[in-house]
Design a protein around this ligand. Sequence first.
Ligand code: SF4
Length: 347
Amino acid sequence: MTPGPLLVLDNVTKNFVVRRSLLGLPTAAVRAVDGVSFSVAESGCGKSTVGRLALRLMEPTAGAIRFDGRDLAALSGAELRRVRAGAQLIFQDPYGSLNPRMTVGEMLAEPLLLHTDLSADDRRERVADLLRTVGLRGEHAQRYPHEFSGGQRQRIAIARALAVEPKLIVCDEPVSALDVSIRSQILNLLKDLQQRLGLAYIFISHDLAVVKHIAARVAVMYLGRIVESGEAKQIFAEPRHPYTQALLSAAPVPSTAGRRARQILPGDPPSPLDPPPGCHLHPRCAHAQDVCKSSRPELTIASDAHATACHLWRDIVSSVPPASVAGPEFSARLQRLFRAFDAKVQD
Ligand code: SF4
């Protein structure tokens, strides 16, 4: 029998109350996640709130989340802790997520104490193994976080996430705070661990070159909704949603030709407190029609498994051939940029 997906989010919504009346009743809320559904078998992508919802670090306002076949809402206490240990989180800021008063050895031993019955000697051995797995040395266990560089601290955070042998790691912008050269090393490490340990990642990033390098499947979000999802290769080769097309055309390129070819979305993103009705993008979309102002486009899966939430994506794609979404010269430059990034990461 084929096993089910590791993680399933089914029509999940998360509201954050941002204002209350004198009686404490909510009067304004931001819909940070709006009816998001996706599943993770081997890899995936989302945004920060989705990542935290997936680990049940916060409760969804609506919708269901299943991890490893279990409904997270139905679990509590020790059972929830045990199931949740199968999914770990790596943050953007490795320094902020490491306790400055604990040695690295103490930090890595903590989850082993909580979730395993290893003896003290075995825990020490496992801590040394974990440090070697992420490219550090066993004796680093005696040191404190401030004695390490940013890249090394992210390696320590990864080692801690690996301590209890998770199946899924939510990586929330894990390289965006690092120097470009260090970024490549950490991305290589994450890819290597994925292959060696059979890990699944939800990889959250605003950096398209990073996404292209690491992700097999991509979900693009705008104002809390997934607007496009599919294989990374499909999305980068043939973006169908106007927002994804604008994102890709705005990728940094070292030429004025590239800049001229950009598709700029007019105006600023609307307040998430009061998003536009219908399609959230309609005030900024050059293709918008009346239907876009009143009717929410559902995420519809085409026969090639590429999903798009746009009433008009077929017309847009047929009127604008993929190669000219940003001009052929721009597309070629974008390809060169990605190839250069890949080569750098493979160094
Ligand atoms: Fe643009 Fe309409 Fe598609 Fe929204 S639904 S992205 S407004 S064309």
